[in-house]
Design a protein around this ligand. Structure first.
Ligand code: NAD
Ligand code: LMR
Length: 328
């Protein structure tokens, strides 16, 4: 048996975690031969429901689940963590933008960043899911200066999957035929799903969908607003699809991305495409199995550049809103 990986998950009694945890424990995320230790982190009011989640996980008798620790102590929760999935934070309600959560959720990520730096394993990788995920990730990263910026990620894979599904539906294709569909910018209503560089069976999307007005209009708007549409329908934010996107994000980061493909994840900008260094921004990325690099030389065109700029501007605004949470 391989030595176990330590996976810390915050918000472990929440609805995303309810879909996510059994898939981690069953080997779907880290491999069918990879034992895992789960460290499940909640705030005090979440500890009782978390006890029920732990009972259920135990009752699954997963062969790869080495042990479970449920805690509200961040030092215990991130102890020896190889992966930290930061899901815990308040979801928005109908009528809110994700950045309206910054005042409630932003400060959580100071203590989490500090505790990760103090306690995690040297090879720690972090994925932030809790909203607004880009700026929460920025706060955690800046409060953990000893951890390389390349280890910090925020989730835009759900937006990529939504965009793929929408394009496939319109083109009468299958989602598996749609590739290279990158999300640029923020996980918010300004995100830009780049249909111009996306491919269907290796061909430009325009070959299958000549209706440019739809691509520039309803397609983008629907992807930007899909989270809100789910909240309106369910009365709760997306959970199953969010958990699935988190799993695919981790898998893509741990696998070598084929040279012809890319996937979306928000990473610390290295200055590529004119984005301020250190800003947590979604780009097309390729992983070498350990680190995701921003794919260079993608031509966004005038339309895409203008859309991307709007999202960069919003990220800069969010950064300014949380300046008191970022160490100088
Ligand atoms: P939820 O309310 O069901 O669960 C959140 C859990 O987090 C609760 O159990 C709560 O007690 C816990 N929590 C709150 N503060 C915490 C803290 N400081 N430490 C540890 N745990 C804490 O919410 P959910 O549906 O699971 O969503 C979680 C977050 O994920 C929300 O912010 C939501 O907006 C976000 N989200 C992001 C994406 C994305 O694509 N990035 C997709 C869906 C949801
Ligand atoms: C989503 O995209 O479904 C999540 O970010 C939840 C939300 O607030 O939209």
């Amino acid at each position: 048996m391989k030595p176990p990986l330590v996976v810390s998950v915050t918000g472990a009694a929440g609805q995303i975690a309810y879909s996510l945890l059994p898939r981690i424990a069953s080997g779907q995320v880290f491999g069918a031969d990879q034992p895992v230790i789960l460290r499940l982190i909640e705030i005090e009011p979440g500890m009782k429901p978390l006890a029920g989640v732990v009972m259920e996980l135990s009752d699954c008798a997963f062969p790869l689940l080495e042990s479970i620790e449920a805690t509200s102590d961040l030092d215990v929760g991130f102890s020896g963590a190889n992966w930290a999935l930061l899901v815990g934070s308040v979801p928005r309600k109908a009528g809110m933008e994700r950045k309206d959560l910054l005042g409630i959720n932003g400060k959580i990520f100071i203590g989490q960043g500090e505790a990760i730096e103090r306690n995690a394993a040297d090879d720690i990788n972090v994925l932030v899911v809790g909203n607004p995920c880009n700026t929460n990730c920025l706060i955690a990263m800046k409060n953990a200066p000893g951890i390389p910026e390349s280890r910090w990620h925020a989730m835009t894979r759900l937006d990529e999957n939504r965009a793929k599904s929408s394009i496939a539906h319109r083109a009468h294709a299958h989602t598996r035929d749609v590739t290279n569909l990158a999300i640029w910018g923020n996980h918010s209503s300004t995100l830009y799903p780049d249909f111009e560089n996306a491919l269907i069976n290796g061909d430009p999307v325009s070959k299958y969908i000549p209706d440019r007005a739809w691509l520039e209009g309803d397609f983008i708007k629907d992807v930007q607003q899909r989270g809100a549409a789910i909240i309106a329908a369910r009365g709760l934010s997306s959970a199953k699809s969010a958990a699935h996107a988190a799993i695919e994000t981790v898998q893509s980061l741990r696998e070598i991305t084929p040279v012809t493909e890319w996937h979306s994840v928000a990473v610390a900008s290295d200055g590529s495409y004119g984005v301020e260094k250190g800003l947590i921004c979604s780009f097309p990325t390729r992983s070498n199995g350990k680190i995701a690099s921003i794919v260079q030389g993608v031509d966004l065109g005038a339309f895409g550049k203008a859309k991307f700029q709007l999202s960069i501007n919003e990220l800069l605004e969010e950064k300014a809103m949380v300046s008191d949470l970022l160490p100088k």
